[in-house]
Design a protein around this ligand. Structure first.
Ligand code: MEV
Length: 327
């Protein structure tokens, strides 16, 4: 019997990028999930196929020692996705003490890849959970989060925080500051997402912020300012003060722009959302292209975004209360 697990994507209410340097962040899981099905093989090979990564489907096969895939990897984005799956399977082999275990892995996802909605974290969390369960090991969501963080850290060459993987494993709203991760009580916030259809390389964007911070004091100060803003945001979240959360999201977007990670397409969507009456709007995730998140209880933001030339897709996203789960 194959084993299937799923895990949610996320939006950042506050704190992306600064979280990499030990400032707090508050990501929230959303009801868009990645689902990974794993079947143990008789040999030690790894065969990965994906039908729906908002790209053309693909199938790639590797030996247990990594090495070269048997077919050409079609695009850099798929190559990146393969890196995450490869490392997730290695983590599961490690957790189960079965270094030679081979798998067929199937990925299905309705989270756009590399767009700021935590697609890689969701795939890694679901893959670690499914592959360990397939080998007879039941991990708690906190343990899945730990393995998944190590995978992201390795694949992104040290440029990763625990935020995405912890949020995807636990679900709901979470707070991450350095190694300290906790779940938060949060109201069901009226998230609207705008997606420009583009993808980004998270590792490269994080490295860009690090370089800016090393060269300019203002960038160092900006990272600290984001941390202060997140702490204020936590109070607003605890009080369910959507107007204040929106104001702080607007400030957070400005600070992320100062760090050089916004893009014209993202700025246009942010302004379209604000003009339509959203309480606030900001880019979410690594930036450079991908998604913005706005707060709006009515329909006006979604409609305005869908009419914005740089917006390929606009949708409402509810908080995913459940993190990783067996399907
Ligand atoms: C990417 O979704 C979020 C970043 O803060 C990187 C990370 O936390 O690992 C940009």
């Amino acid at each position: 019997m194959p084993t299937t697990s799923s895990a949610p994507g996320k939006v950042y209410l506050f704190g992306e990028h600064a979280v990499v340097y030990g400032e707090p962040a508050v990501p929230c899981a959303i009801e868009r999930r990645a689902s990974v099905t794993v079947r143990e093989r008789d040999d030690d090979r790894l065969r990965v196929s994906a039908d729906d990564l908002t790209l053309d489907g693909f199938t790639v096969e590797y030996g247990v020692d990594g090495g070269s895939p048997d077919v050409d990897v079609p695009t850099p984005l798929i190559e990146a996705a393969m890196g995450y799956v490869d490392a997730s399977v290695a983590a599961a082999r490690d957790a189960a003490g079965r270094p030679q275990a081979g798998f067929d892995v199937e990925i299905e996802s309705d989270i756009p890849l590399g767009a700021g909605l935590g697609s890689s974290a969701a795939v890694v969390v679901a893959a670690v959970d499914a592959a360990t369960r397939e080998l007879g090991v039941e991990l708690a969501p906190e343990e899945v989060a730990e393995y998944a963080y190590e995978v992201e850290y390795e694949v992104q060459e040290g440029e990763a925080s625990r935020a995405d993987t912890f949020c995807s494993a636990m679900g709901g709203a979470v707070r991450v500051e350095g190694d300290a991760c906790e779940t938060l009580d949060a109201p069901d916030l009226p998230f609207v997402v705008g997606y420009d259809g583009a993808s980004h390389d998270t590792g490269a964007l994080v490295a860009g912020v690090r370089a800016l911070k090393d060269e300019y004091d203002f960038a160092e100060d900006t990272v600290e300012a984001i941390g202060d803003l997140v702490r204020q945001g936590e109070d607003a979240l605890a009080e369910g003060d959507v107007a204040e959360l929106g104001r702080l999201m607007d400030f957070n977007h400005g600070l992320l722009s100062a760090l050089g990670v916004s893009a014209r397409s993202l700025d246009e969507m942010v302004w379209a959302a604000r003009d339509a009456g959203a309480s606030g709007a900001k880019l979410t995730g690594a930036g450079g292209g991908g998604c913005i998140v706005a707060l709006d209880a009515g329909d006006s933001t979604e409609t305005a975004l869908s009419l914005t030339p740089t917006c390929a897709e606009a949708f409402r996203a509810s908080l995913a209360h459940e993190g990783v789960r067996a399907e």
